[in-house]
Ligand binder design. Structure first.
Ligand code: SAH
Length: 412
């Protein structure tokens, strides 16, 4: 019989970075990019502005302020930016006016479908050629859009394809919102398959997850303006805040800031390891904000908003899927109280060049069982879109994407 502690008996794969080399800073640590590289800014769009600023801009363009309201209706309710649809606006100068308020922001480059049309991945080109993706998914009774908040990502997590590519730039609020508007337009045109006869839910995006490219809390102000527009019932998309999930790698000060906003979005923390020893390697930003600090910030989010927090945990074979880690995670969550959190394990999705794989099913089940035994509600995430590289952590512009994008003219 062995007397060794369980930790030393199990196989422990370390997050070494086979197949690619992680970008390093001058001190040899994994590079973290918080600041957006300087690039030409996208044109200012109505969705970047507050309702008051929109009225000002309309006046600058030579029309009376009330035209802003009409434009809001076209864009946020009918999901159009085509002047031809806007016959309630004066015909003379209409094209220039609409173009000035709603400049084109996203050019569709590619669209990939799977799950018999229930899941669609869009590849968009931004005004400066930067590429981003969004993923639209129909579920019974709801339609979820996974949006990008940055072109690329500066957080450098070795198991995530987006992180490996580095940060190109922050997206503007309107570039974020436009992903939703374009998805709604496609749904209204019947482009999303799979609607069941007995499904009477509205045919538009009902849920948004900030789980596409980028670290939303590293682009805080623009993401928050986008969320305000998404939830504004009179001047925006009128969605419910609880249907919007902001997922973060764990920028503790920004989590605290988010707790103090008046918009109770659903909050998700990508933890992936309950011990700093492993998390330091798996999530480079853990060098700044440690496991206990981000868990405290997450708990404080619950205290402020009374919204149950999600902990995301990618299950990577022999790396972070050990029974003792499930126990430690359960203990760390319970130390901070009961009923405030649930855990969402996600079997790792493969990324190019990585040798890591998802945990075995029996290991996944054991991980869930141990958390549940400690009273933590736990649901394995059903990931969608693996076949089209549209699942969590798989969003990155491939060489093929770049080639198609290069020959796709920008919308003007
Ligand atoms: N930057 C944000 C949101 C982007 S990713 C964040 O880190 O939370 C959304 C989720 O997918 C995160 O929990 C992320 O850690 C997870 N993820 C990344 N790569 C993955 C992979 N290869 N397999 C499964 N999940 C992955």
């Amino acid at each position: 019989m062995t007397t060794e502690p369980e930790q030393t008996r199990v196989r422990q794969v370390r997050p070494k970075t086979e197949g690619w080399s992680q970008k390093k800073d001058d001190a040899g640590r994994p590079l973290l990019q918080f600041a957006s590289p300087k690039r030409g800014k996208p044109p200012v769009h109505m969705a970047d502005l507050t309702p008051e600023q929109r009225v000002e801009k309309v006046k600058e363009l030579g029309l009376p302020g009330f035209r802003a309201k009409q434009l809001e209706k076209h864009y946020f309710t009918h999901w159009t930016h085509d002047p031809a649809d806007m016959t309630d606006l004066p015909a003379e100068g209409r094209d220039e006016f609409v173009h000035g308020m709603l400049p084109p922001l996203l050019t569709e480059v590619r669209r990939l479908e799977t799950d018999r049309g229930d899941t669609i991945k869009f590849l968009w080109k931004l005004h400066d050629g930067a590429l981003v993706e969004s993923v639209l998914m129909r579920y019974p009774g709801r339609i979820t859009l996974c949006v990008s908040s940055q072109a690329g990502c500066g957080m450098n997590c070795p198991f995530c394809a987006t992180g490996q590519a580095g940060l190109t730039r922050n997206m503007s609020s309107a570039e974020i919102v436009e992903q939703v508007v374009r998805a709604n337009r496609l749904i209204a045109d019947g482009g999303l398959g799979g609607k069941k006869k007995d499904d009477h839910s509205a045919e538009r995006v009902s849920n948004i997850v900030f789980m596409g490219m980028g670290e939303p809390l590293a682009n805080y102000a623009r993401v928050m303006q986008a969320v305000r527009v998404m939830t504004d019932k009179t001047h925006g998309l009128g969605m419910s805040a609880r249907g919007i999930t902001v997922s973060t790698v764990g920028l503790a000060p920004a989590i605290t800031k988010l707790s103090n906003e008046d918009i109770p979005v659903t909050f998700a923390l990508s933890l992936h390891a309950p011990d700093d020893e492993l998390r330091d390697e798996l999530i480079p930003v853990n060098s700044r904000w440690k496991v206990d600090e981000v868990l405290d910030a997450a708990r404080a989010y619950f205290d402020k908003t009374k919204r149950r927090v999600s902990i995301e945990y990618a299950l990577i074979k022999d790396m972070n899927d050990h029974g003792w880690r499930a126990d430690l995670l359960g203990d760390k969550l319970n130390e901070r109280g009961r009923g405030w959190v649930h855990v969402n394990p996600i079997p790792l999705n493969p990324t190019p060049g990585s040798i890591w794989t998802a945990s075995e099913v029996s290991v996944q089940n054991e991980f869930v069982r141990r958390l549940e035994a400690k009273g933590i509600p736990t649901t394995l995430r059903d990931t969608r879109g693996k076949e089209i590289d549209g699942a969590c952590g798989q969003l990155v512009a491939t060489e093929e994407d770049e080639a198609v994008a290069a020959v796709t003219p920008l919308e003007v």
